[in-house]
Design a protein around this ligand. Structure first.
Ligand SMILES: Cc1ncc(COP(=O)(O)O)c(C=O)c1O
Length: 361
């Protein structure tokens, strides 16, 4: 047989497991992401979502793979997303959409000025089109106007927290099952991750239920520890389970088997949140420093450092722990000083404030 005729396995684990499902997908990331043991922390393993792409990685790449696949299937090349000034999703969209010949843009609202967020905002403004709002209060009106004035353009909600976005992470759960099956790590008893929009957590809940249903997960069910980084009610237990159930319903609707969410798998941790979204916490800084010293992937102060703090506090949980490295570790492209010189004065002031907050922290 001619070797050139052997089909390559599909890069998306959901379509590898269930090739007859009808799920839009474009390839943006390099999957599967590695699983690495971090013996200095005991039975801790890292899911290297941070390295999901050399362009820009992190957990949002899986969300974008299904949502941008949907946009392209609908014949839309103009895509908008919404998020905070330092949004990883907005930056990922802007840096990846070019390879798909799409025209991305972001509507961004103010947040706490931190070095991590400032770095992202500078990259977003240097390489893409963004409308920066002066206040989050004006966001609903902007979003509504965008929908009304551009009905043919594709709009991605904050975090891509819709069932189709979460299906990207259903694929991640099936990927874990494959990796555990071939011995990359022992079956995880715990999966630990930051929860912002609920998309990733909901997808993992639905994905492990699906893996169990298709007999790809013969091991004990893990507990998913979702560490809150955005306020209630966005990350309330009810909202997480609502998206997980909607994602589970999407599976048979797209040609897969019926799946039932098991709420007992979810444990929500609220005490690492601190004073608010993107507020730097002492425990988070300590976790980021510990990871740095160990040569582990970077933990950003908004998201991964807070889940890192939970991981360190719960070091004596029995069984293997799989830590979801959600923040991209790819180097950012250089800023464009000319573009940054042209941004509105209130953005310049915000960037300056982030710098002074850096020296203070
Ligand atoms: C670095 C990082 N970690 C974790 C999350 C939380 O993921 P989700 O919004 O899917 O809950 C995000 C969301 O933007 C993120 O950017």
């Amino acid at each position: 047989m001619n070797e050139a005729c052997i089909p390559l396995p599909h890069p998306f684990a959901l379509l590898r497991a269930l090739p007859n499902m009808d799920v839009p997908h474009v390839r943006l990331g390099d999957y599967p992401t590695a699983m690495e043991h971090l013996p200095a922390l005991g039975d801790v393993w890292l899911k290297r979502e941070d390295a999901s792409s050399a362009i820009y990685g992190g957990n949002k790449i899986r969300t974008l793979e299904t949502l941008l696949g949907d946009a392209l299937a609908k014949g839309t090349r103009r895509v908008w997303t919404l998020g905070a000034f330092g949004s990883n999703q907005a930056l990922a969209l802007i840096l990846h959409a070019e390879s798909l010949h799409m025209q991305p843009a972001a509507v961004l609202f103010p947040q706490r000025a931190t070095p991590t967020a400032a770095e992202n905002l500078r990259a977003t403004l240097s390489h893409g089109r963004a409308i920066c709002l002066r206040s989050i209060a004006t966001f609903p009106a902007h979003w509504w106007r965008l929908k009304r004035n551009h009905p043919r353009e594709y709009l991605i909600t904050p975090g891509g927290a819709v069932p189709l976005g979460a299906l990207g992470h259903v694929g991640a759960a099936l990927e874990i099952a494959e990796q555990v099956g071939r011995g990359d790590m022992p079956p995880p008893a715990h999966i630990i991750l930051a929860i912002g929009s609920t998309c990733t957590t909901a997808g993992l809940l639905a994905g492990i239920a699906l893996a169990r249903k298709i007999e790809a997960w013969p091991w004990d069910l893990p507990t998913i520890h979702a560490v809150r980084v955005t306020p209630w009610p966005v990350t309330s237990r009810a909202m997480i389970l609502r998206l997980a159930r909607a994602t589970a319903r999407e599976i048979p609707a797209r040609g897969g088997p019926a799946v039932e969410i098991m709420p007992s798998m979810l444990r929500l941790h609220t005490r690492y949140f601190g004073w608010g979204y993107a507020r730097i916490t002492r425990a988070g800084i300590q976790a980021a420093e510990k990871f740095r010293v160990l040569g582990a992937p970077p933990l950003d102060t908004t998201y991964a450092a807070k889940s890192g703090a939970m991981l360190l506090d719960f070091a004596d949980l029995p069984g293997p722990k799989l830590f979801w490295c959600t923040k991209s570790s790819a180097p950012l492209p250089p800023d464009d000083p000319e573009k940054l010189a042209g941004v509105p004065a209130f953005i310049k002031r915000w960037l300056k404030r982030a710098q002074s907050n850096a020296s203070a922290s």
